[in-house]
Design a binder for this molecule. Structure first.
Ligand SMILES: O=C(O)CCC(=O)C(=O)O
Ligand SMILES: [Fe+2]
Length: 212
């Protein structure tokens, strides 16, 4: 058995809760992600400026993020898939546990899920999640390969930052003073997906409130 890992307050409002999702919940979230990834309005590589594509593949529920706004229309012209209520409920449960403030979590109503797939080469550069109008926390679930998740300050993308190892089933919440923190996934560790999960690579699901 691997050693249990401790929950950590990485910065004010930024909490890492290892192994929050049971293996059964991880399996269910992965199966749902595979459904969401299918066309129409499925998973694709987002094109940034100058025709440069992101290395991750993404499907959004509720609202779709495109550089640099949220829209109701998918990249293929189809309507964005709906945000399921069970997923919003999972987000409330996660937030209540991470912050230990159930009364705060009761009003958390995420209406966006961003589902990212990382193959062994994929990375995500330093950025802020700032196209939402709401300052409600971002709730993040990780599945599959372990990654390095980097979280820095709110002013710029440079040091100081903290590197956290996110493993399959981990919960990470960033809200409050950390809601606008720059963050990144500089690398994943191919082949580290636990055996109970049938996945090559890494999937991350972030829940957000649009305020739109
Ligand atoms: O993959 C992750 O852990 C973070 C994803 C992320 O920052 C995003 O989707 O904006
Ligand atoms: Fe992000």
């Amino acid at each position: 058995m691997p050693l249990p890992r401790d929950r950590a307050h990485v910065a004010p409002g930024a909490v890492h809760v290892p192994d929050w999702l049971s293996p059964e919940r991880q399996t269910a979230l992965l199966a749902a992600s595979r459904e969401w990834a299918r066309p129409p309005a499925g998973m694709h590589q987002i094109e940034l400026r100058e025709g440069r594509k992101m290395s991750i593949r993404t499907v959004c529920l509720g609202w779709r993020w495109e550089p640099y706004r949220f829209t109701r229309v998918a990249h293929d012209g189809h309507p964005v898939k709906p945000m399921p209520q069970w997923l919003a409920e999972l987000g409330r449960e996660a937030l209540a546990d991470a912050y230990g403030r159930p009364e705060l979590a009761a009003s958390y109503a995420p209406d966006i899920a961003v589902v990212n797939y990382y193959d062994r080469e994929a990375r995500l550069g330093m950025h802020q999640d700032k196209e939402e109008r709401s300052l409600a926390p971002v709730v993040s679930f990780s599945l599959g390969d372990t990654c390095t998740f980097r979280i820095g300050g709110t002013e710029h993308r440079n040091r100081p930052w903290t590197d956290v190892s996110l493993q399959s089933g981990d919960l990470f919440v960033f809200g409050g003073p950390s809601r606008m923190a720059f963050h990144a996934v500089p690398r994943t560790f191919p082949g580290t997906c636990p055996r109970h999960l049938d996945l090559v690579g890494r999937v991350n699901i972030t829940l957000r409130m649009s305020g739109l």
